[in-house]
Design a protein. Structure first.
Length: 125
DNA sequence: GAAATGACTCAAC
DNA sequence: CGTTGAGCCATTT
């Protein structure tokens, strides 16, 4: 379960008012190329673990994701994000170029080698 | 222990 | 921009 633990650790690093994509978290967690695991990890714990800001983890489309089966918790997540000052586009998407979390080695303060942080731009759509 | 699953992502048509 | 297909791997049953 170390893998998931890694993911949780990263997700906890996400600062208030910012969001990170699964791929991003995955990479930081050392699971480069495995964004699914991030989602799965959160999926398994979101209900049992409330100390993780899973709400700040969204997909690469800048849109909030969640299991449709999950009793409309997608609404709750959006609520939380809005409460953090994050704006949703008319399409219900988040402006990643603006809210995407830009992790720094210092912040992580751990061992993640090669994580210089190359985010700073980002254009989609 | 093997098969099934799952909040994703990227590339191509 | 919409849909399709393949990559990928830990957790779960």
């Amino acid at each position: 379960m170390l893998t998931y633990d890694r993911i949780y650790a990263i997700v906890r690093q996400i600062p208030w008012g910012q969001v990170a994509t699964y791929g991003q978290v995955a990479e930081l967690a050392g699971l480069i190329g495995q964004p699914r695991l991030v989602g799965y990890a959160l999926y398994r714990v979101d209900m049992a673990t409330t100390d993780i800001p899973w709400q700040r983890v969204i997909n690469a489309k800048g849109e909030v994701s969640h299991a449709v089966q999950r009793h409309g918790s997608d609404y709750r997540q959006r609520s939380l994000l809005e409460a953090e000052g994050i704006e949703f586009n008319p399409q219900g998407r988040i402006d990643l170029k603006r809210y995407r979390w830009q992790p720094s080695v210092q912040q992580l303060g751990q061992s993640l080698p090669g994580v210089e942080g190359e985010w700073g731009h980002g254009s989609k759509d």
